[in-house]
Design a protein around this ligand. Structure first.
Ligand code: APR
Length: 308
């Protein structure tokens, strides 16, 4: 099998952990890029030196030069500022928009056929920037948020019911912010909706903890934001694309009429395969769920408008 190549831009917490997961799974060769000189090279070398112990043959290196990223199958964008305590994802908007625009322009030039996975926050707005800066079709510009938000919901459901996370599935739709829409009716343990397993007030508490999941970690860490679960979630998307697995995963994509929404990046379930987003997986929403989805979409729309 030909070797795959994945570029990870931003050699910080999320980027380096994502690079480690991809390399250690032997999924692809990884190029780490950062604006700070020496940082991606140092982390790349350190990760390469772990390979004999871990037992994989993926090549991993770091660079400040986009020429080294040429021909990547996937480009993961994590560069930007992380959220500090008391700072909302939206505060990051202008600063990170500039960073994402510049890195995507350079990466897209060297890997014109790649799939872009955006991780930098505020996520949905950064996807708009990446779509514009790359000129890629919507199938190849995806935002990582739903997998993470669903993973958090799954963690809390499994803990509450004392069951394995593996038998726990969850769906979280909408923007990656306080208005996200955890869909409890479609969240299940061994196929049984949690609305049949837990009283309404407990379901609501778990939904609220999910929507606040990022901030909960930020408040504990004090000097940065979550990275283990974001990296694991990004890895799951990368793996589904490189192995053409057609996993059904919630991702931020540019909606073109699906879920009654147009020209806006919002999180919805999609089929992820070699071509990137291969199909939007539309599901029926109740009026109440659609209203929550619309509120979340409106919050994204407001941010996008601020981008100008
Ligand atoms: N080009 C390349 N790298 C850049 C640039 C740029 N123009 N600007 C900043 N970076 C790098 C920083 O040097 C840093 O190494 O991006 C990296 C970000 O790493 P961290 O500060 O550790 O942030 P991290 O926790 O990884 O989060 C990155 O992902 O989950 C989101 O909200 C989070 O937007 C944030 C992003």
């Amino acid at each position: 099998m030909a070797r795959h190549k994945v570029t990870v831009i931003g050699a910080g917490n999320v980027g380096a952990t994502t690079a480690q997961r991809i390399a250690e799974a032997g999924l692809a060769d990884v190029v780490l890029v950062d604006i700070v000189e020496g940082l991606p090279q140092g982390k790349g070398l350190d990760l390469a030196e772990a390979a004999p112990v871990v037992g994989h043959d993926a090549r991993i290196s770091g660079t400040n030069d986009y020429a080294d990223t040429a021909g990547s199958d996937i480009v993961v964008v994590t560069s930007g500022l992380a959220r500090q305590p008391g700072m909302s994802r939206d505060d990051l908007l202008a600063k990170n928009a500039g960073i994402v625009r510049s890195v995507v322009e350079q990466a897209a030039k060297h890997s014109p056929d790649s799939v872009l996975i955006v991780v930098t926050n505020p996520l949905d707005a950064m996807c708009h920037v990446a779509l514009q800066a790359s000129g890629f079709p919507r199938e190849r510009v995806l935002g990582m948020a739903g997998v993470l938000d669903s993973a958090r919901f799954r963690t809390f459901i499994a803990e509450e019911l004392g069951v394995s996370v593996e038998d726990t599935h969850a769906f979280v739709l909408g923007g990656h912010g306080d208005t996200m829409v955890p869909l409890s009716r479609y969240s299940t343990v061994a196929g049984v909706p949690i609305t049949e397993l837990l009283p309404p007030d407990r379901v609501k508490a778990l939904e609220e903890r999910t929507a606040n999941g990022g901030a909960e970690v930020v408040a504990l860490l004090k000097t940065g934001s979550a990275f283990y679960a974001p990296a694991a979630s990004t890895f799951e998307m990368v793996e589904s694309i490189l192995h053409d697995r057609k996993r059904v995963l919630p991702c931020a994509i540019l909606l073109q009429g699906e879920f009654k929404t147009r020209d806006l990046f919002v999180g919805v379930p999609v089929v992820l395969g070699a071509a990137g987003m291969e199909r939007v997986f539309e599901i029926e929403l109740t009026d109440e769920e659609q209203a929550a989805f619309d509120r979340s979409a409106a919050a994204v729309s407001e941010l996008v408008a601020k981008l100008g």
